[in-house]
Ligand binder design. Structure first.
Ligand code: 16G
Ligand code: MG
Length: 559
């Protein structure tokens, strides 16, 4: 009886909060690959409701801290978004995405309360239990208003829950803070932004050893929150690695991700105009990198012979990291004990996969999206995962860390290799892909190898490739299998694609519906640029015809 009364007080408070942020009419929200993402002005009600779900999730997990990140990553400035972070610093468990979508789409406050109650009942959650939520946002202008909506929702619980605002920071820092907060051993690191910098800086100093100071590095911050992280981090490493930040304008309207950042560089395959104009890369042996708007993605590049743009994307980073770690494992005498593997998606360039396989490192292919790669990487003792677009990290299992800490080295070289492997596990963000942490990883490997970007680039040559966006009446008819490499629907389309691919030297092509945009994506690669282009066009045409056929059939049925 008492319980029911308590609930009604809580639901009245939640209703009062939700009434202030009604759902906009005519919009259907969906918790996609990386949370909710759309125009920031549409999102206040969604953010409030995501806050409510964060509380439920925390209660379900015995009060573990859940993270809420308000960001739209590389999207244009007017967009915003929100995603939830699970206790180990991972993306929200997939089965909960449907709950998020459900709450976000309730038309009225009464519907919202009913949906909230039904989730709580189905999952046996005591809605009066304690909970803990930590949140952050990037630099988008719509951020403060959205955080206000989040706080309004969370305030409905009063002192029943613990709420912590860590302010404006990068997505990976929020993931770190969530993981560190929930780490009962206290070994992962201090659960603050400062704790993150200290952890990375300490491990980086160990890894650089007497190789420093390293050459200055130009970093395009996409006019986003990475600029803040970079400046703060610099204070912790002094001149050991001078970080020359470019595109750091956080106040200029429309500047975020505009003609700069990792997504621009990867999709346009060119330098950001700001970098080109400043001539940073014309000096020999200089390379640069770009973060995306929330600093969880990074790509590198340089000018070959001072002229030709060369991209060093997530695939190249994966190769650099995997080979280096493989060598350290061998030097540590632990080849039999530690299983190293690489995780990629179908977008990984075929040459990279072949190159890694030739070095006897197993490769797993998963569907697109960090959560898929992350879970597959957990199956290795040390799992290197990267999407070609620059999202990625390296995961060390608890058992490996134990093995390393208890190893009894038989030589100074073994001891050194073990020390470096442990430091790598600390410099690399174990929760999620992290541009800053990946940057440190790359610079460490280059310093150890004595490589510049040219030597790194020599590992393998990318096969020419094309990525095409195809607009179709209904992308939901495109269903995939085999880690998105094959279509199962529309019926018969895959056979036609296979036939087109078989006619092209080193041809490979696949089709998948986008998880973030209303389109279907076609990827094609081949031995030559013109063949890749031709294959992409052929497959795009097949997709359009297939989609039109299904639409016509449906129209026929209805008629
Ligand atoms: C999201 C994913 C990214 C993926 C991209 C694919 C996260 C954090 N982000 O941005 O990993 O590459 O979606 O977009 O998972 P698409 O489905 O539109 O091709
Ligand atoms: Mg991002």
């Amino acid at each position: 009886m008492a319980q029911t009364q308590d609930n009604s007080a809580l639901f009245a408070a939640i209703s009062k909060a939700a009434d202030q942020y009604p759902k906009p009419e005519g919009v259907t929200f969906s918790y996609g690959t990386a949370g909710f993402r759309t125009l920031g002005s549409r999102l206040p009600s969604v953010i409030l409701r995501v806050g409510l779900l964060a509380v439920l999730r925390s209660q379900r997990l015995n009060g573990s801290t859940i993270g809420v990140m308000v960001t739209a990553s590389h999207n244009p400035e007017p967009d915003n978004g929100v995603k939830l972070v699970d206790p180990a610093g991972e993306m929200l468990e997939q089965s909960w995405e449907a709950h998020a979508t459900k709450l976000a789409n309730c038309a009225t406050t009464a519907d919202l309360i009913a949906a909230y109650e039904s989730i709580a009942t189905a999952l046996r959650i005591n809605v009066n239990a304690p909970a803990s939520v930590v949140y952050a946002r990037d630099t988008r202008p719509s951020g403060p208003e959205l955080i206000k909506a989040l706080e309004t929702g969370l305030a409905a619980y009063g002192s029943q829950i613990k709420v912590s605002d860590i302010g404006i920071t990068t997505t990976p820092v929020l993931h770190y803070v969530v993981k560190a907060t929930n780490d009962k051993t206290g070994l992962y690191g201090t659960p603050t932004i400062e704790g993150y910098y200290v952890k990375l800086a300490t491990a980086f100093q160990t890894l650089v050893g007497n190789r420093g100071p390293l050459a200055p590095l130009y970093v395009d911050c996409a006019n986003g929150v990475g600029a803040i992280a970079l400046a703060d981090f610099q204070k912790h490493i002094g001149e050991l690695l001078p970080l020359k930040a470019i595109n750091t304008d956080l106040d200029k309207a429309g500047a975020l991700n505009y003609q700069c950042g990792a997504d621009f560089v990867k999709t346009k395959q060119q330098l950001p105009p700001s970098v080109a104009a400043a001539g940073y890369l014309s000096a020999p042996k200089t390379h640069a990198c770009s973060f995306d708007g929330d600093a969880d993605r990074i790509v590198y590049y340089y000018l070959r012979d001072g002229k030709h743009f060369r991209l060093l994307d997530g695939d190249k980073i994966a190769v650099l990291a995997a080979l280096f770690i493989g060598d350290l494992i061998a030097r540590a005498g632990l080849t039999d004990k530690i299983k190293l593997g690489v995780v990629q998606t179908a977008y990984a360039n075929g040459s990279s996969t072949k190159f890694i396989n030739h070095r006897n490192i197993p490769v797993t292919c998963t569907p697109t999206g960090v959560k898929h790669l992350h879970h597959a990487a957990l199956r290795y003792d040390i799992g290197v995962y990267f999407e070609a677009n620059g999202h990625g990290t390296v995961l060390f299992s608890d058992e490996v860390l134990e093995t390393l800490k208890n190893a009894e080295p038989e030589s100074p070289d073994q001891k050194n290799a073990i020390k470096n492997l442990i430091a790598l596990s600390e410099v690399i963000n174990q929760a999620v892909g992290d541009a800053l942490s990946d940057l440190l990883l790359v610079e460490v490997v280059l310093a150890h190898r004595g490589y510049g970007a040219e030597e790194w680039d020599e590992s393998y040559e990318d096969l020419p490739n094309r990525l095409v966006k195809v607009e179709v009446p209904d992308r939901s008819i495109f269903l995939t299998t085999d880690a998105e490499r094959k279509l199962t629907s529309p019926a018969g389309l895959q056979a036609l694609i296979d036939e087109a691919v078989s006619k092209v030297e080193l041809g490979r092509s696949f089709v998948r519906p986008s998880g973030t945009e209303d389109c279907v994506r076609v990827y094609a690669e081949a031995a030559s640029s013109s063949a890749a282009e031709g294959l992409a066009i052929t497959v795009s045409d097949l997709v359009k015809e297939g989609a039109a056929k299904v639409a016509a059939e449906k129209a026929g049925t209805v008629a």
